[in-house]
Ligand binder design. Structure first.
Ligand code: SAM
Length: 167
């Protein structure tokens, strides 16, 4: 697979998962959380997919080149390793979904961040809500934690993106 193939596969997997989530959280109320704004491509797709929901963004440093900048009131700026720990106090209610694309390529660097996210996410996501991530959360404990169930998504290339339902 060329770098171009790899990039296109990743983009398509992201879009497929976000599109699938529309039905998967139809009955779960609450805002959406976006982890990693980058240029705002997936953020914009989420905004268009869920026009009636607030979308809160967690980003270390907002790029000056971002296509769509989130309103300050919906932005958690800083390292998600820390911001995820106290986010519940700022959210008006539990969220229906979190989508994570933090660009975590190196496994050792990813472990502490993913560990923090999966520890605090059950306090941020409503029962039946989703966690969509390009990182397999079983890399932290060697298995998917009991609060999460991995959904079978044949539409998504295996190992590229993961959708978990929270208990
Ligand atoms: N999904 C985005 C898009 O469609 O444009 C691309 C996201 S980009 C691959 C990853 C983003 O995650 C970067 O903006 C980076 O600053 C952010 N990020 C990486 N590690 C982070 C951390 N520990 N806390 C908060 N943001 C982080």
């Amino acid at each position: 697979m060329s770098y171009l193939d790899n990039f296109i596969t990743r983009m398509m997997a992201q879009r497929t998962c976000i599109d699938l989530s529309r039905d998967l959280i139809r009955d779960v109320e609450g805002p959406i959380l976006e982890f990693g704004l980058g240029h705002g491509r997936t953020y914009d797709h989420i905004l268009q997919t869920f026009p009636d929901r607030d979308v809160y963004v967690f980003e270390k440093v907002v790029s000056p080149n971002v296509f769509v900048r989130p309103p300050e009131a919906l932005l958690f700026e800083g390292d998600i390793h820390e911001t995820v720990k106290t986010a519940a106090a700022r959210l008006p209610r539990k969220a229906a979904m979190a989508h994570s694309d933090l660009g975590l390529r190196d496994r050792d660097g990813a472990v502490p961040i993913v560990a923090s996210i999966i520890e605090y996410l059950p306090g941020l996501i409503a029962p039946g809500g989703l966690y969509i991530s390009n990182t397999d959360i079983s890399l932290v404990h060697g298995k998917v934690p009991p609060a999460y169930t991995e959904l079978d998504t044949p539409e998504v290339p295996k190992g590229r993106y993961f959708i978990y339902r929270l208990a």
